[in-house]
Design a protein around this ligand. Sequence first.
Ligand code: MG
Length: 309
Amino acid sequence: MTATLPGLPDRVEIYEVGPRDGLQNESAVVPVEDKAELVQRLIAAGLGTVELTSFVPARWVPQLADAEQLLALLGPLPGRHPVLVPNDRGLDRALAAGVREIAVFASATETFARRNLNRTVAASLEMFVPVVGRARAEGLAVRGYVSMCFGDPWEGAVPPAQVADVAVRLVEMGCTEISLGDTTGVGTPGQVAELLMLLARRRVPVDMLAVHFHDTYGQALANTLLALQRGVTTVDASAGGLGGCPYAVSATGNLATEDLVWLLHGLGIDTGVDLPALVATSVWMAEQLGRPSPSRTLAALAPRPEKDC
Ligand code: MG
């Protein structure tokens, strides 16, 4: 059953972050062959954009220390397949692996910038300038993540102007897409509307924006619907709700792709995703990780053993 609402797009691009943002934040280290199978199954389920991994030093993120092996195992793939790159050395590795799109990860708050990047916000943005410039000169698309857009566990509420300053700087240095991250999942739709309005006033085109919500307080789908009504057409999500944020104790994690697909298809919005194939993939991944998925839609649709009544 579908029923549409006025003012919504006909199609939404789901930017799947499970293999990178998801697995980076799982305590288990998944074998590279299973990561490759996850990516291949996500693509087969119709996800056209899958962020694959991160070219960070292995000591920072041991879960993703196999970036080169993963890309070699996968070979050429249809669709968009960005990788996270923290610095010049990461870009060298990504280019050598044949990557055509990268992402850099900025913070809207000083405390998270210091904890995650060991730099001030300004210094981390300066570090990205040559990386983004060289990537663009090589013809790569570059996504700029802005984390902690609505709240920060150390600093509390984050002023929208602080977020907009970082987003504008990422656009100025050449980023082609900006992903607004509610890293701790505290945001509510009024805050999303306020930030999107401010970004429009600061002349950041809405078609450059993506939203990245976490479902910590159950607000991710409400926030997504608001963003769609305001013209956003790219939404980040993680298959089976993989991952979370290791620095935010209460963060239960990324919006599950299955929950997003249920909302979008219910609204008659095309995603290209085959939901049963996606559910089967996330059920398989949860088995590999040895823990259940937090996705409500997955719980509703996953096959379960017959119960004695
Ligand atoms: Mg996330």
